[in-house]
Ligand binder design. Structure first.
Ligand code: FES
Ligand code: FES
Length: 153
């Protein structure tokens, strides 16, 4: 057992973690964050993505003990001040069906739009290449992200 300190969705937290616990396990089971999903638990699907100091990472591949002192943002944190234009666009385009991939997709798209507010379709496809969606065929997801780049907010 080890003590770590993190900033989660702008709130400072201290907690005890087992040395073999993943960040995904700690976020879901100890910190009540239900947006990161466990789709594969081995780095393949992207449904567990969160932002670590602004960079999208797969939380199932990171040990919580490695996160001492870092800033973590989950989808809950992105939505703290209400829905952003990206989330509105996903609703407008009915981009998800089961929604299991949605948190990871939104995290990847958030990272992309921060670095590149007007990406091309190919750049969007590249940014989301690590996010598996088993329902939609991706077109409504890509359409929503493109539409979000044109929205004011
Ligand atoms: S659950 Fe982490 S990548 Fe699939
Ligand atoms: S909407 Fe079902 S996995 Fe993407």
């Amino acid at each position: 057992m080890a003590k770590i300190r993190i900033t989660l969705n702008k709130e400072k937290r201290r907690l005890d973690v087992e040395t073999n616990e993943t960040l995904l396990e700690v976020l879901r089971d100890k910190l009540g964050m239900k947006s990161p999903k466990c789709g594969c638990d081995r780095g393949d699907c992207g449904s567990c993505a969160v932002l670590l100091s602004g960079k999208s990472v797969r939380s199932c591949l990171i040990l919580a003990i490695e996160c001492d002192g870092v800033e973590i943002t989950t989808l809950e944190g992105i939505s703290q001040d209400g829905m952003n234009k990206l989330q509105e666009a996903f609703i407008e385009f009915s981009s998800f069906q089961c929604g299991y991939c949605a948190p990871g997709v939104i995290i990847s798209a958030t990272e992309l739009l921060k670095a590149n507010p007007h990406p091309s379709l190919d750049e969007i496809k590249e940014a989301l290449s690590g996010n598996l969606c088993r329902c939609t065929g991706y077109t409504p997801i890509f359409d929503a992200i493109l539409a979000a780049t044109k929205k004011e907010k």
